[in-house]
Ligand binder design. Structure first.
Ligand SMILES: C[S@@+](CC[C@H](N)C(=O)[O-])C[C@H]1O[C@@H](n2cnc3c(N)ncnc32)[C@H](O)[C@@H]1O
Length: 221
């Protein structure tokens, strides 16, 4: 993708998310009804890497990137990890998360209000870094740099998971409403490779309504 006017790209996204209600429906653009299918698909995908005799990584600490109010933290990560950190652009969503997570809120160690383009995970801190429905808010070069910093943020044997929409054409789709892009799978993979990541497994999310973008889950080291 050609780098858009970077400052405006981020400012417009910031403006957009400030107006979005701090609800699951707000996080999913009116598609809260797909949340269960999403979480079930993610749980099945993630569990194989952290449970059982073939597990590759540990389940001590996870990071939820672009965490919103904690939809994923609450239903995917808290049940599987000892502690979770959340990093999210909009501080209002993080404030809401404390209430949304309810009795589970004490499992969240850090609420970090930052754009991923400005965020550096502490070196060696995370067994799993989960990035979902947020990476289209980063420019290509910021995404590559972010992936590199995530690699440094992994604990020994740690893994990065990416779950994102992909276009079915070769073209990047730009959304001027929320100021994001949707990349074709091959461009997303190219950026992962540029960052020195390796794909361990890749799977398409099943069971979403027709008419939505395909959603692919990647397990990376
Ligand atoms: C589509 S929502 C998804 C939220 C969450 N990942 C989920 O699946 O429930 C996108 C989230 O990314 C956040 N966001 C947007 N741009 C961001 C950026 N540059 N850095 C971090 N978070 C960002 C938004 O505020 C919003 O909470």
């Amino acid at each position: 993708m050609a780098e858009p006017d970077t400052e405006k790209f981020y400012q417009d996204a910031d403006k957009y998310w400030k107006e979005v209600p701090a609800t699951v429906d707000g996080m999913l653009g009116g598609f809260s009804h797909i949340s269960n299918t999403d979480i079930n698909g993610s749980t099945k995908f993630l569990r194989q890497f952290i449970r059982g005799e073939n597990a590759k990584t540990k389940s001590h600490r996870a990071l939820d990137c672009g965490a919103g109010i904690g939809r994923i933290t609450k239903r995917l990560l808290i049940p599987l990890f000892d502690t979770v950190d959340m990093v999210e652009l909009n501080p209002d969503f993080l404030n809401k998360a404390r209430e949304f997570l309810g009795e589970h809120a004490d499992k969240v160690e850090q609420y970090i209000a930052k754009g991923l383009q400005d965020f550096t995970p502490e070196a060696g801190r995370y067994d799993v870094i989960w990035c979902q429905w947020v990476l289209g808010h980063l420019t290509d070069s910021h995404l590559v740099e972010f992936f590199k910093r995530c690699k440094v943020g992994l604990a020994p044997d740690g893994m990065i998971f990416v779950k994102e929409n992909v276009t079915s054409s070769d073209e990047v789709d730009k959304d001027d409403t929320d100021s994001s892009v949707t990349r074709p799978r091959d461009i997303l993979v190219k950026l992962m490779m540029e960052a020195g990541l390796k794909i361990i497994k890749e799977e398409k999310q099943k069971g979403f309504p027709k008419g939505l973008y395909d959603v692919i889950m990647f397990a990376l080291t």
